[in-house]
Each structure stands twice: as C-alpha cells, then as structure tokens.
Unconditional design. Structure first.
Length: 194
C-alpha cells in the first residue's frame, strides 16, 4: 500500500509538471506579445527600415517613437522620404504612387530662377552694374521663390528645390535691406552736412 501511495504521488507530480506551460518564445508570442512584435515598420526611400510605434502623419512629416524605447524621444521624417508604412495589424500605407515610381523627382525650375534672380540682385549691388534693375531682380527672386515653394508643396514629393526658393527669397530681401540701409545712411550723411 505504501508503494502504491508513493507511485500515485509520483504520478500526480509528473502529471502536474507536464501540464504546466513552460514559457517559450512561441508561447510568449501567442499569449502576451512583446512591444517589438506589435511594432509598425516604416520603409524609407533610401532603403532604411525602422521599427516604430505611435506613428502620427502630420502635414509633411511622419512622427514616430522607436519600438526599442517607447518612452524616448519622438522622431520625425519628411513624408517625401517615406515609401510606405506597414502596420502591425497587416495593413500597409503606400506613400509612393505608381506615377511617382514612373517618374523621377524633378527640381522646380522656378526655384532655380528665384535663386538666380536674387543672386543677380545682390551681385548688381556690389558690382555697381544694372543700376535700378537690381531691385527688379530682387523682387523677382522674392516672388518666384514664394511661387516655387507653393508649387513644391502642392507637388506631393514630385518636385524639389525648396532650398533654391528659400535662397532666392532671402537674397531678394537681403538686397532690399541693403538698399534701405544705404538710403538711411545717405539721408543721415546729407543731414549732417546741412
């Protein structure tokens, strides 16, 4: 009887031990997914791939947190640099349409003219050439720069050249500032002579 009870006790212990679930990688993934398994994936145009969470698409930016550090900083990328986002639930958001893939991203021609026009305005001031035409070039740089920035924004990534447009605007305003400064100095000089 004692052997029977001892055998029955061993049987119960073995039964309890075998019925217990030992946490493995597979059982953990099924029962309680870790944060990395619940991550979305952001694919960039340059081939980079980032596992992210808390993705917010805001205007021309994609903001996200790293899956490795959900309490860490919020990162942001230009929407034009992202090709697609694959969400943890299996859905995908493509940023590049077929028309984008067929054609290359082109530089907005007006932005180059804005930069050149603003540059000619500034150069005319220092070189002493073109006289009053420098003001027209400067104003042209400012106007073309703003139009170019608007066109680039509306192109949804098909046009680039924002830097040229900004440079044209700033060169134009720089020319106007220098002209106003020169006029003020001339007025002060004439006032001191009289």
């Amino acid at each position: 009887m004692h052997k029977l009870l001892k055998g029955f006790g061993i049987f119960i212990v073995v039964l309890v031990l075998t019925s217990m679930t030992i946490p493995t990688k597979n059982t953990l993934a099924l029962s309680n997914k870790s944060p990395v398994d619940n991550c979305d994936v952001i694919y960039f145009i340059n081939g980079e791939r980032v596992e992210a969470t808390n993705i917010v698409i805001d205007g021309e930016f994609v903001r996200y947190k790293s899956c490795d550090n959900t309490d860490g900083p919020t990162y942001e990328a230009f929407k034009t640099d992202v090709s697609k986002i694959k969400y943890a639930n299996g859905s995908t958001l493509d940023f590049k349409t077929d028309s984008d893939i067929d054609g290359d991203v082109k530089t907005e021609p007006l932005s180059i003219f804005a930069f050149a026009s603003g540059g000619v305005g500034i150069l005319s001031l220092f070189a002493g050439i073109l006289g009053g035409l420098g003001i027209l070039f400067a104003l042209g740089g400012i106007i073309m720069g703003f139009i170019s920035k608007k066109n680039i924004k509306q192109s949804k990534g098909k046009l680039r050249g924002k830097g040229f447009a900004n440079a044209g605007i700033w060169l134009g305003f720089g020319f106007i500032f220098l002209i106003l400064l020169a006029l003020i100095l001339v007025i002060l000089f004439i006032g001191s002579i009289a």
